[in-house]
Design a protein around this ligand. Structure first.
Ligand SMILES: [Zn+2]
Length: 63
């Protein structure tokens, strides 16, 4: 058994609903993302490109 919560960070790209086209729901990426860690930590929204870096920082800061 692990004594500490593991940090399994998920990066969730935010999406925005666009007007339907011919009856189909449309989504586009907003360019921002949220972080959600298995330890309960959340962060963001942030620029999607920064999300992997922030995820690594979170893990290393709490390792
Ligand atoms: Zn964590």
């Amino acid at each position: 058994m692990l004594a500490f919560a593991t940090h399994d960070v998920r990066i969730i790209a935010e999406k925005r609903e666009k007007p339907p086209v011919e009856g189909w729901a449309c989504w586009e990426l907003t360019g921002t993302a949220l972080l959600e860690c298995s330890c309960g930590h959340t962060d963001g929204p942030m620029v999607t490109r920064l999300a992997p870096l922030m995820a690594r920082l979170h893990i290393s800061a709490h390792a």
